[in-house]
Design a protein around this ligand. Sequence first.
Ligand code: SF4
Length: 360
Amino acid sequence: MEAELAAFKDPTLARGLIDSIGKLAPESATLMEVCGTHTVAIARNGIRNLMPAGIRLASGPGCPVCVTSNRDIDTVIALARVENVTIATFGDMTRVPGSTSSLLKEQAAGRSVEIVYSPLDALRLAQEHPEREIVFVGVGFETTTPLVAMAIKRARDAGLKNFTVFGAHKNMPGALEAIINDPQLKLDALILPGHVSTIIGAAPYQFLAEKYGIPGVITGFEPVDVLQGIAMIMRQLHEGRAEIEIAYARGVMPEGNPVALAAIDEVFETCTALWRGLGEIPGSGYRIREEFAEFDAVRRFDPPIEPTQDPKGCRCGDVLRGIMAPNECPLFRKVCTPENPVGPCMVSSEGSCAAYFRYY
Ligand code: SF4
């Protein structure tokens, strides 16, 4: 297994793919990687600098923490201020600045905030602390949504009354359609996310090729994976084709994961979601179904939320739309750093600004 994985870092294979990209590349093209893990892989392996002249790799809206709106961050902070509530969340979320506070600041002010690594950890916390109200912060795409659905179902089956979820889950295809229709950005192809596609498969992206004539390749996260995905895109552009292809066959089935999709569908229904930078996109979010309403933290606690304002001077919205590179933001590295982040794209380990800070 180790030897197989090493092949995805093999310099000879990588060199061959770089040569193919060079031969097939058009004079100019903009490719967007829509997944935060791809953003980091491209930056860490110097892949942006290996592209032929005229080929631009733009980062997109695939970092779950980054696309969470300030309104949602403010709502989580309002929930943290409810008496007897413990917020259970992934670590990155604690540092994201809301309008006037962050979960880290709330914790310093005495509110209860626990870092967990999965929704099932939050469930355990609820079982171990029946005297507390545990609110899990559910953000992210279809990679995390099935786990949250499972946690809610387990809570119901166990009769747990002190476990709820703040749900801000999103789906990727809705955002991609908004990006493609953005008049400030002309995209030629998409590097599609491996992890999300493990759950949803390839079918939800077909509209990119069929309706917009934009090729897409689903790929993994090792250097050879990413280069192979780009090479397959270049071949499509070279041959004038627009299809959705899978370069990550070891992780993605065309039909996705039916068990995970069924879990999502049982607990959640799609809704309009508010994205940082992209605004409201119909059908791009998941909300907890009425049958599971008792596990919806906002419906249970209805906390007062302060008026929302975006961080002053932060251009995360433009970075997430791919119309601005992080180092073009006037605050990048001067005011905004991972130690002192102004916006979520600098907080999250998958954020474009953090990746640029670390690797460029
Ligand atoms: Fe926002 Fe900082 Fe990124 Fe600028 S560098 S867009 S302020 S996160």
